[in-house]
Write a protein that binds this ligand. Structure first.
Ligand SMILES: NC(=O)c1ccc[n+]([C@@H]2O[C@H](COP(=O)([O-])OP(=O)(O)OC[C@H]3O[C@@H](n4cnc5c(N)ncnc54)[C@H](OP(=O)(O)O)[C@@H]3O)[C@@H](O)[C@H]2O)c1
Length: 339
C-alpha cells in the first residue's frame, strides 16, 4: 500500500506512520522539513509548502498516484480545494483529518455521535466543516473516495501537556512544584485525552478499506475524566505532589483576560465527550492501548529532553489570580477552598 501523508512529522502523524509501518506500507511524507523528524529510516520525504498551491499541485502531479493520501494539515477551504485539484483521480482513498470542534461542544447528547449536527462556534471548527464539505463533494462527484477523521484532544511526544485553561506551557512545572492549579467552573467538566500512537492506529487501519469510504469517524479515548481528575492524574503520573486545585468561575476568567483564555472560551469550558463506537466497529485494530499516565510520562520525557518545560516563574498570572481569589474569600469572611 503506497501512502502519502501531508504533514507526517507532527504528533498524530508520527503515530499514524508507526501504525502504517506495522502494516508494511510504503510511506512518503510531505512537509517543509522544519519539524523534528522522529520517524526513523524507511520513510520517504517530499519537501515543500502546501500553501504554495501551484508548486504543491505540480509536485503532486509529478509524484504520480497513491493508494492512500492522508491530509493532516488542511485547515482552510482554499487548502481543501487545492488538495482536491492535486489528488482527484490520483488516489485510491483520501483521508482528511478534521476535528471534534466541528460539533461546537454545546453537547446535549453525551457522548457525541458522528451524526450529531455540526454547529461549530470557533473559526477553526467552522473552517474544518467547510473543508469536510469540499472533500465530501469531491467524494460524491467521484473525484476520490474520502473518509473524515475527527480527533479530540490528542497528545504525545512532539507536543505538550494541556491543562484546563488551555495550553499553558508552565503547567508541568507548576505541578512539579506543588503550585496551585486553577481549574475553571467546579472542576467537573468532562474530558477525553487520547495518546497519539493509539489515534494513529485508527487512521492507519482505515486506510484503503472500502467500507470506510464516505464515512466520518470520531477518533477519541475510551476514558472520560473530570478536569479535576485529569489534573490529579497528570500530577500523579509525574510523581508530583497532589495538586492544590483552585476553582474559579469561567466567566470571571474570561472577563479578566479573554485573549489568554480563548481555548477555554471555545473548547475547554464545555464537556468534551465523543463516541468512538463507530470507529471500533469499522476498524477493530483501533485500540486505546496506552494508559493515560504512561502517555504523560513519555510526553514529559520528550519535553524534558527538548527543554520544553517552561518555568512557572516566567508567568506569574496564575499566582496573581489565586492571590486575588484568596483576598476575595477573606473579604467575604471565608477561607479559600483549595481542594
Ligand atoms: N492534537 C490534537 O489535539 C488535535 C485535535 C483535533 C484535531 N487535530 C488535527 O490534527 C491535525 C494536526 O495534527 P498534529 O498536531 O498532530 O500535527 P501533524 O500533522 O502531526 O504535524 C504537523 C505537520 O505538518 C507539517 N507542516 C506544517 N505546515 C506545513 C506546510 N505549510 N506545508 C507542508 N507541511 C507542513 C509539519 O512539518 P514541517 O513543520 O516540517 O513543515 C508536520 O509534519 C490538524 O489537522 C488538527 O486540526 C489535532
Amino acid at each position: 500500500m503506497k501512502v502519502l501523508l501531508l504533514g507526517g512529522t507532527g504528533q498524530i502523524s508520527t503515530g499514524i506512520v508507526k501504525a502504517l509501518q506495522s502494516r508494511g506500507a510504503d510511506i512518503t511524507v510531505f512537509n517543509r522539513g522544519q519539524t523534528d523528524n522522529r520517524l526513523g529510516p524507511g520513510v520517504r520525504q517530499l519537501t515543500g509548502d502546501r500553501n504554495d498551491f501551484p508548486v504543491f499541485e505540480r509536485t503532486m502531479a509529478a509524484a504520480g498516484t497513491w493508494d492512500v493520501v492522508i491530509d493532516m494539515i488542511c485547515f482552510r477551504p482554499d487548502q481543501a480545494e487545492s488538495a482536491v485539484r492535486a489528488f482527484a483521480g490520483r488516489c485510491g482513498h483520501f483521508i482528511f483529518c478534521s476535528t471534534v470542534c466541528t460539533y461546537g461542544n454545546t453537547q446535549t447528547i453525551i457522548p457525541t455521535l458522528e451524526t450529531t449536527p455540526q454547529t461549530p462556534h470557533s473559526a477553526y471548527g467552522r473552517d474544518k466543516v467547510a473543508c469536510e464539505k469540499i472533500f465530501l463533494r469531491a467524494h460524491g462527484g467521484g473525484a476520490m473516495p474520502v473518509t473524515i477523521f475527527r480527533p479530540s484532544h490528542t497528545f504525545g511526544p512532539g507536543g505538550g501537556i494541556i491543562n484546563n485553561l488551555g495550553w499553558a506551557p508552565t503547567f508541568v512545572d507548576r505541578l512539579r512544584r506543588g503550585l496551585p492549579i486553577i481549574v475553571s467552573g467546579d472542576g467537573h467538566g468532562l474530558w477525553q485525552s487520547a495518546y497519539a500512537d493509539d489515534v494513529g492506529l485508527g487512521f492507519a487501519f482505515a486506510a484503503g478499506h472500502t467500507h470506510c469510504f464516505g464515512e466520518a469517524y470520531n477518533v477519541v479515548a475510551d476514558e472520560v475524566v473530570t478536569w479535576d481528575d485529569y489534573t490529579r492524574r497528570t500530577a500523579a503520573a509525574l510523581g508530583a505532589p497532589a495538586p492544590r486545585l483552585v476553582h474559579l468561575p469561567t466567566d470571571l476568567l474570561l472577563a479578566l483576560d479573554r485573549p489568554r483564555f480563548t481555548a477555554l472560551e471555545e473548547i475547554f469550558r464545555f464537556h468534551g465527550v465523543y463516541s468512538n463506537a463507530k470507529l471500533k466497529r469499522d476498524v477493530p485494530e483501533f485500540r486505546l492501548a496506552t494508559p493515560y499516565e504512561e502517555g504523560v510520562r513519555r510526553t514529559v520525557a520528550w519535553m524534558d529532553a527538548h527543554h520544553k518545560v517552561v518555568s512557572a516563574d516566567t508567568d506569574p498570572f496564575e499566582d496573581r489570580l489565586v492571590e486575588m481569589w484568596e483576598k476575595f474569600s477573606a473579604a467575604c469572611g471565608r477561607s479559600l477552598a483549595i481542594k
